[in-house]
Ligand binder design. Structure first.
Ligand SMILES: [Zn+2]
Length: 321
């Protein structure tokens, strides 16, 4: 069975406006007297760029990953009050080209903020004219995916039969774990479940499986909703320190949703700051490939078939590839 990474990010030049990194830059700058956000910003902005996707694919090769689902994120004016240098129309063309250049290796998604009047037309054309394979990553802000403003795009995805990837980590953007763990938070998994109930034909991926605080509610919310699957990206963060806990969670997810609805994913980002020596993709993939042996060390049983399904078989089924 193939190894498929169901969730990662490749960025072109000028896709992210400086506003996206302002908080992070201020945080870094505050740690040393001689540093200013202006000194740090170019490194943050440039460090994620991979214009051809070649470096990203080389990184996949080192980890034995056959195919990756690549996300687009519209982090422009509706979200950060500032448009990126490269407009979203051009970003869609970039992802179409990326998919052409790395055919069968990279599968690209489209994501346009629903507050842009053109979002439906752009999304439809990205899928039908440019051949992008899904919608995502959506990081709900202001409204959840179940809210009215999102419904036309969600109906379109159901109509076209393409999966939608929705961020359900408790923190958003450069804030890893967040501070609001209530359902008032628009990225809470219950909103994805509500949408899934209303549109049973829509395939939904709960990205990051509620990392870290909603790990259980994410699985419980979708237990009876076969159109939803979990992706386990971000769960490799510090997994060596608490392997027993991660194994226990994987086993609980399996009890609640079944091994056939868990997808291997990394949230791997492109660019020099994240690939090569700095990437832990190989370790993470090997951990899931060797899940039967890893689980046995902690008194839990996973079969080879289950590990292979999580590692790629499930994603291949969800995406019909
Ligand atoms: Zn995310």
């Amino acid at each position: 069975m193939p190894s498929i990474d169901s969730h990662a990010h490749v960025w072109g030049a000028g896709f992210v406006p400086p506003a996206f990194f302002r908080k992070a830059a201020e945080g870094w700058a505050a740690k040393a007297d001689a540093r200013t956000p202006e000194m740090i910003m170019p490194r943050l902005l440039g460090g994620i760029v991979d214009e051809s996707g070649d470096d990203f694919v080389a990184n996949m090769d080192r980890a034995g990953i056959d195919a990756t689902m690549v996300m687009m994120i519209d982090v422009g004016a509706p979200l950060f009050g500032e448009e990126p240098e490269t407009p979203v129309e051009k970003q869609i063309e970039f992802y179409a080209e990326l998919q052409r250049r790395h055919r069968g290796r990279l599968y690209a998604h489209v994501s346009i903020d629903a507050r842009r009047p053109s979002h439906l037309a752009l999304t439809r054309s990205a899928i039908l004219d440019h051949g992008l394979v899904g919608i995502g990553e959506i990081t709900p802000a202001g409204a959840s995916v179940a809210d009215e403003i999102m419904r036309p795009m969600m109906r379109l995805a159901a109509e076209l039969g393409v999966p939608v990837q929705v961020h359900t980590r408790t923190g958003v953007w450069t804030d890893f774990a967040g501070i609001d763990f209530t359902e008032a938070n628009p990225v809470h998994p219950v909103h994805v479940a509500r949408l899934a109930r209303e549109l049973p034909d829509l395939k939904l991926i709960l990205c990051h499986a509620g990392f870290p605080h909603w790990w259980q509610v994410a699985a419980e919310a979708i237990a009876d909703l076969p159109n939803c699957v979990l992706d386990i990206s971000n769960w490799n963060e510090g997994f060596h320190e608490d392997e027993a806990e991660l194994i226990a969670r994987l086993a609980t997810w399996r009890s609640l949703v079944g091994a056939e609805r868990i997808l291997f994913a990394s949230d791997q980002a492109s660019g020099a700051r994240f690939t090569g020596e700095r990437s832990t993709l190989r370790e993470w993939a090997d951990f899931i490939r060797n899940l039967p042996a890893n689980a046995a060390r902690w008194g839990t049983r996973f079969t080879n078939e289950q590990a292979a399904a999580i590692m790629g078989g499930n994603a291949a089924r969800v995406y019909n590839i």
